[in-house]
Design a protein around this ligand. Sequence first.
Ligand SMILES: Cc1cc2nc3c(=O)[nH]c(=O)nc-3n(C[C@H](O)[C@H](O)[C@H](O)COP(=O)(O)O)c2cc1C
Length: 201
Amino acid sequence: MHVLTVLDHPNPDSFTAAAAQQFMQGAKAAGHSVELADLHAEGFNPLWSMADIEADTDANTVPDVRSEQARIERADAICLVFPLYWWGMPSMTKGWVDRVWSWGWAYDQLDDPEKSLLRSRSGVLLCPAGASSDEMEASGYLSALETTWIKGTFGYFGLSPCKLEVLCGSTGSAKRRQALLERSYQIGYTLLSTRPAESKT
Ligand SMILES: Cc1cc2nc3c(=O)[nH]c(=O)nc-3n(C[C@H](O)[C@H](O)[C@H](O)COP(=O)(O)O)c2cc1C
């Protein structure tokens, strides 16, 4: 399968970038081809603008959005790698999702996530976070994020199965971080097993 990894971090030496690299190494070791969308390095503009609104109305697509959509179309599996910021996505990932997975291309049914316009793809959200897994679960943040992202966002886009993998304690000890990088590799190696349906793009 062809695996698209979308990285959101301005620092190439960050833990988040290292997790993305490990994920891709794992996917490659499992025999998949890999492609990296390094949003900061490539200068993706995450700001929804009047051009996006006009493109929606005219059924045109803004060129930078179209080239991201082409990446998605050629992928059988997609992994977004971004740090958890205030229990949500950083602005770059949020803007990439808002702009690229557009109405009329990715979805048209606001009330039925099963009716994505796109074919089925495996999805992984690989999300380094400072919090411990106990804190994530006890506070309800983990289930809130799963509802919002897996069902309420990527469920509309045909990502199925789609899994949230929070790398808890990513600001912790070197040993902890190493274990999380090994887990990122394993996620790349094992998680991508769904074959796409035939008919859609
Ligand atoms: C602006 C900001 C907001 C953050 N918000 C959260 C948060 O809500 N929950 C959490 O567990 N960690 C939070 N963190 C910690 C980051 O998730 C953690 O630093 C990041 O995963 C480490 O990635 P990096 O070393 O690649 O930058 C936040 C960090 C920053 C800079």
